[in-house]
Design a protein around this ligand. Structure first.
Ligand SMILES: [Ca+2]
Ligand SMILES: [Ca+2]
Ligand SMILES: [Ca+2]
Ligand SMILES: [Ca+2]
Length: 242
């Protein structure tokens, strides 16, 4: 009986949990389309401000040589634009198959909730959690509870010099009505004033069987901080401005 009560309390708290918009970033519009080449000399990157990627979601405290990261955002009417600068002492891609344990290879993870609704998204498209691998494969879990490639959602290139990797991406946004089997999923148009649920993370592995660290861009309250892949309420919010 006690267990049943707890279960009811837990499920209702999930259902009524509201997206908080306290971790808000304003994102400026780019005047020109991006040249996706992993080089940050596009006009929009010269004026956009850096945001830290420094919240430990999983793993042990790390040194600056092991990992540090920061990012910039911009937008056009067709794409959300993202620049990620990562210092990582070893790039590690142990699984050649992009759909095998993709989160245990070095990868950038982009969380996008197009309508900023928040809520549960583990096996649906209320939000996407794109894992972008070193070889540019883009993976998320589909409604069939399996990994799928969404390479046509993100145009990405990286450049690596020493331990610094610059990732440059143009992300196409899709609504929660997205269907894997459909050829006619329509991208969502972006406009000034639009709010989008957003978070960024990096899975750092330098040679272990499983990822060593998982570092995110937003503060997640509570003990379990690895919630982004299930719960879009923990994402930050971005607001598109001119
Ligand atoms: Ca560029
Ligand atoms: Ca590392
Ligand atoms: Ca949503
Ligand atoms: Ca690494």
């Amino acid at each position: 009986m006690k267990f049943l009560l707890l279960l009811i309390l837990f499920t209702t708290s999930l259902a009524f949990a509201q997206k908080q918009n306290d971790q808000l970033l304003k994102v400026k519009k780019a005047d020109q389309p991006l040249k996706i080449d992993g080089i940050a000399n596009d006009p929009c990157w010269l004026t956009a401000e850096w945001h830290p990627l420094d919240q430990l979601w999983l793993g042990r405290p790390y040194s600056e040589e092991d990992f540090s990261g920061r990012f910039k955002l911009a937008w056009t009417h067709t794409h959300l634009l993202l620049l990620v600068e990562i210092q990582d002492d070893k790039l590690f891609d142990q699984h050649e198959d992009p759909l095998k344990l993709w989160w245990d290879d070095d990868c950038v993870e982009v969380f996008v909730d197009e309508d900023n609704s928040g809520g549960e998204h583990q096996y649906n498209h209320n939000a996407f959690a794109y894992h972008i691998a070193l070889d540019y494969n883009v993976v998320d879990m589909g409604p069939d509870k399996k990994g799928h490639l969404y390479n046509d959602h993100i145009d990405v290139k990286r450049s690596t010099e020493g331990s610094t990797t610059v990732w440059e991406m143009a992300i196409t946004l899709y609504a929660d009505t997205y269907k894997e089997e459909s050829k006619t999923n329509k991208p969502v148009a972006l406009f000034s004033g639009k709010k989008i649920g957003f978070a960024l993370a990096y899975c750092d592995n330098d040679g272990s069987k499983e990822r060593e660290n998982f570092i995110g861009s937003v503060f997640v309250p509570g003990e379990d901080k690895n919630k982004g892949w299930i719960d879009a309420n923990v994402f930050g919010t971005i607001e598109l401005v001119e």
